[in-house]
Design a protein around this ligand. Structure first.
Ligand code: PLP
Length: 414
């Protein structure tokens, strides 16, 4: 047996090739990470043949224009590393997009970093800008990556509750800010609550950021999936351009979560550091797919974006009506493509058991609510449904849930 020194809690595994036991140590920073609950629920969905409303990926086609452009780029042998912070064509298209939608002027050379998805964008930005021991404010319920992102850079997450309607608790936000605060993460439109941050909510948070010299990390990946209100980028507010890292990407807007194209817009002082972490982590995003996303931004007009939102509104209504009829308590989201639903009138089971029961007995997979909270007890009566699926899939899901009210309580409690 090979034993390394300094290993406090060895995990012993068999290595069949060498026929010895290795004592494999893993980094402390990973010890608090749990397996993704969302991917685990996908496994449960497959096991029971359930409709997978757990994971947030569309089951419908991407726009033809993007697919053609990707094929064309590969045929044209755009195969090698792109400039690490993004191809000139995509950066130009992004600057045009920010001008067109938000009247923001963005320097294509110094203020944009193209990343491997919004996921890498957020991790690269935080690694570049947050020092160990500094605090990051996170609203809960939250998208599951923000906790691990904070841990990766040694920061301390400070969780702040949201109101019953999904909006931020602004008094609690003011209390959470301190001299240790390095930044706040704002996700609008929000996963999982569907809240779209109102201008006055963002203005209050902006004032706190300025007062405490903190950075706003805004995750705006659902910026075009909006049913009510307007999408206000934090960076467009007075005094915030120089302290905001705006994260977005192509995954949701163009239904291409597997292409891995994300974007960062931030002032040059911040992007100078972000470019380095991004470069060392990934070198760059896929070159031919950057061309295709640029073609999409250049070539799709306003009607594409309004149809995207209209199509999602129809899906939202089918999902919301189906959940309400089945006995869940929930609100129709104002943006994004999730519904966080309370099932306490249907079952006494805790959320994780209820989600597995629902997949097994009713053939619909969801995500246990506890995975969106720092204290799992806060999500014990909730599950999240993703409605980024074709209308037919959602109608089938609604049919499967229809019998739940009648059977649910006794079925769920056994
Ligand atoms: N941010 C939020 C809030 C999300 O919900 C998701 C995916 O579900 C992501 C980021 C991931 O985006 P990407 O596919 O660009 O990494």
């Amino acid at each position: 047996m090979i034993v390394r020194r300094g290993v406090s809690r060895p995990s012993i595994v068999d290595c069949p090739l060498l026929n010895v036991e290795y004592n494999m140590r893993t980094a402390h920073r990973t010890h608090t990470f749990t397996e993704s609950v969302i991917r685990e629920m996908t496994r449960v969905a497959n096991q029971h043949g359930a409709i997978n409303l757990a994971q947030g990926f569309p089951d419908f086609a991407a726009p033809e224009l993007l697919k053609e452009a990707a094929v064309e780029a590969i045929r044209a042998d755009i195969n090698q590393y792109a400039i690490t912070w993004g191809t000139p064509r995509l950066r130009n298209a992004l600057a045009e997009k920010y001008r067109r939608f938000y009247s923001m002027e963005v320097d294509t050379e110094r203020e944009i970093v193209v990343t491997c998805g919004a996921t890498e964008a957020m991790a690269s930005a935080m690694l570049a800008l947050v020092d160990p021991g500094e605090e990051i404010i996170i609203y809960e319920p939250f998208y599951e990556n923000y906790g691990p992102d904070s841990i990766l850079c040694g920061a301390k997450p400070v969780f702040v509750p949201t109101r019953a309607d999904g909006g931020p608790d602004l008094d609690a936000t003011a209390v959470a800010f301190s001299e240790r605060t390095r930044g706040i993460i704002i996700n609008t439109p929000n996963n999982p609550t569907g809240h779209v941050f109102a201008r006055d909510e963002l203005e209050t948070i902006a004032r706190l950021c300025i007062e405490h010299d903190a950075i706003a990390f805004t995750d705006e990946i659902y910026e075009h999936i909006l049913y009510e209100g307007e999408h206000v980028p934090m960076a467009a507010l007075d005094g915030m351009r120089e302290r905001t890292v705006t994260v977005s990407g192509a995954s949701k807007t163009f239904s291409i979560t597997g292409w891995r194209i994300g974007t960062i817009v931030a002032p040059p002082t911040l992007t100078d550091a972000i470019k380095k972490t991004h470069d060392f982590l990934t070198v760059g995003a896929p070159a031919p797919l950057q061309e295709a996303v640029a073609a999409g931004i250049e070539g799709l007009d306003a009607s594409y974006y309004s149809e995207l939102a209209d199509d999602y509104r129809r899906r939202r209504d089918v999902m919301y009506d189906g959940l309400s009829a089945a006995g869940f308590s929930c609100r129709p989201p104002a943006g994004s493509y999730y519904i966080l639903a309370d099932f306490s009138s249907l079952s006494d089971l805790p959320d994780d058991e209820f989600a597995v029961w629902l997949a097994r007995e009713h053939g619909v997979a969801s995500v246990p609510g506890s995975s969106f909270y720092s204290d799992p007890a806060d999500g014990r009566t909730q599950v999240r449904f993703a409605f980024c699926k074709s209308l037919g899939t959602l109608e089938r899901a609604a049919e499967r849930l229809a019998g739940l009210g009648a059977r649910g309580r006794s079925g769920g409690a056994t």
